[in-house]
Design a protein around this ligand. Structure first.
Ligand SMILES: C=C(O[C@@H]1C=C(C(=O)O)C=C[C@H]1O)C(=O)O
Length: 203
């Protein structure tokens, strides 16, 4: 046999049964660890973080629409509407109006952070990407309204956990999970951190 010939009849020390078993066990342990990583990341904050990330990502389309229309990033009337709608829905979700006002102020700030960053980048090159255009009033804002409803429902579910000692760590892990799954860019990640600023209570 080739192996016998090449080792001149001696069984190589590195191929003892015990060592083979040890290597296999190590591989199984390593693979089981890899396979279970995403499951561990499925903590209770993942839905909220996903919806907030989707809201942050929508800012790409908002920025593009504003590039085309020349409208300012900051629209105080729309912001007041967004916050008023969320605050009106707060009692039905068992949430304090001040809490909801703070959380949606953060969502809006996060959106503007992305918009300013993208518009600046486009100004530097003198052009915006050739993405398909979507209407701000008929498509993008209604999508933001839908995400607002999802975010409110998530917040209702998370009420006790938001006050727990490990809230910050759970949120941070959820961010990592969502960012990896969606392959977002640095600008979105920074804005998502901004959006999440007041999710944990009593930090
Ligand atoms: C998203 C927009 O841009 C800004 C961000 C808003 C938001 O995140 O809801 C609201 C108004 C604007 O200040 C928009 O104009 O619709």
């Amino acid at each position: 046999m080739a192996a016998t010939v090449s080792f001149e009849g001696r069984k190589p020390a590195c191929l003892t049964g015990a060592r083979v078993m040890a290597v296999l066990a190590l591989a199984a342990w390593f693979l089981s660890g890899c396979a279970s990583t995403p499951a561990r990341e499925q903590n209770a904050f993942v839905p909220l973080v996903s919806h907030m990330a989707a809201r942050v990502k929508t800012a790409d389309q908002v920025a593009l629409s504003k590039w085309d229309s020349g409208r300012p990033v900051h629209d105080p009337q729309r912001e007041a509407e967004v916050i008023a709608k969320a605050v009106a829905a707060a009692p039905a979700h068992g949430l304090a109006t001040q809490d909801v006002e703070a959380l949606f102020t953060d969502q809006i700030e996060a959106s503007k952070q992305v918009q300013y960053a993208l518009l600046d980048a486009w100004k530097r090159t003198g052009r915006a990407p050739a993405w398909p255009r979507r209407s701000l009033s008929d498509e993008i804002r209604p999508e933001l309204d839908r995400l607002q409803i999802e975010i409110m429902a998530d917040l209702q579910q998370l009420r006790p956990l938001r006050e727990s000692a490990d809230c910050g760590a759970l949120v941070a892990r959820a961010v990592d999970h969502v960012m990896r799954a969606a392959a977002f860019e640095d600008v979105h990640r920074a804005a998502l951190d901004r959006a999440l600023a007041r999710v944990c209570i009593g930090e």
